[in-house]
Ligand binder design. Sequence first.
Ligand SMILES: Cc1ncc(COP(=O)(O)O)c(C=O)c1O
Length: 452
Amino acid sequence: MSQWDVKTTELIEKYKRYVSDGHAFKYFPMVISRAKGVKIWDTNGKEYIDFLSSAATFNVGHSNQQVINVIAENLDKYLHHCFYIYHEPAIRLAEILVNLMPGNFAKKVAFGLSGSDALDTAIKASLIYTRKRNIASFTYSYHGTTFMDISVSGSFKPELRYNMSAYPNVHFFEFPDTYRRPNNMSEEEYGELCLEKIEKFFETILPGNAFAALVFEPIQGDGGVLVPPLNFVRGLYKLARDYGICFIDDEVQTGLGRTGKMLAVEHFGVEPDLIVLGKALGGGMPISAVVGRKEILDSAPPQTFFMALSPHALSSLAAIATLNFIMTENLLEKTREKGRYMMRRLQELEEKYEIIGDVRGLGLMLGIEIVEDKIKKEPDRKEAVKIIWRAWEKGLLITTYGKYGNVLRIAPPLIIEKEEIDKAIDILDTSIKDVIAGKVADEVFDLMKPWC
Ligand SMILES: Cc1ncc(COP(=O)(O)O)c(C=O)c1O
């Protein structure tokens, strides 16, 4: 097992003493000192290839030069002012977002600082606009950490929702997990089955027109990179239309090129009422946005979406630079191409190893499901965690997530080169081999608190 220095150990001890446990799962005993492009360095100078992108934040790479330049050029003017006074950066960004996002109808933007508060804003707007109180969401979904986000996120344990008296009128429907669908069904039939369950609920338990919003991730990220069948998404959208439910598309993780399209929902050809953007939008600076139907976002009175630091002026400039980079560098097409390459290489691993049950995803949002064996598909979280530990030791940053905590999460910066993909997959290959050979000890669990 790798050794780490005293300073790292001390800092981790201080973290444990002073920082709330409520923040984050914890993976590796490392402290970041620098990040550029696809690489991260720890305080010992060790270099890592980054397959995490700070949870899909650095789509344009760490410390993207265009983002840094625009921040540096504007630092001396003003950092920010709350929206009691107009400022140009956010207004320019709003115009760009309205023109960039799908939907042939009048649109506006409401800003925030993080995906979590933007999701909250979208739900507030839908409740105010429809004057209805029920919300449809999905099992194992993740929408952030505000009170409302936890209330609508199926990935949090029910005890947590109970202990914090979560918003009560949330109904969780089955999100299709095609890898674990009934044996006798095609993906399409399974998509139909999941839809029928929702329709039946609307017909027999609570009518569809009692719902304000349907909150939906076009690919469930934290659920384990679950790509739903096309007919499921289209049917869902039709249901929302038929019953007058606001279709909220959570693109916080999937958006801004991650899947090879500007939005993941474009793979399914539907036009959401509200689109939620965060993470990658600011190229590493805090900013989020809800883009969608003017009448829904305008139904809220002034101050409903107010936050003194939002929309942050410097972050807005960073977001404009980020969107510009995505477009001018042709990042969407490059992501599709690299995603296909990466998928082929991962499928080679899938053929080679009995413990890889499934490889899935779109673009550069990919997941590898680790199981005991391919027939029984029993999730193997322990082996998955050991694999990421070994990969970390060898210089690849990759984490686990998913409803059973057994999916290897692959989300590198979209600027990753083919050679870096090859190097990373070679590391992954040896790491899997080492774990199967029993070379990673159980003690690694004493040092981590991984996703579960
Ligand atoms: C799908 C989805 N929605 C919302 C959020 C919340 O975003 P943030 O953590 O930036 O507040 C996340 C974060 O992981 C996410 O993946």
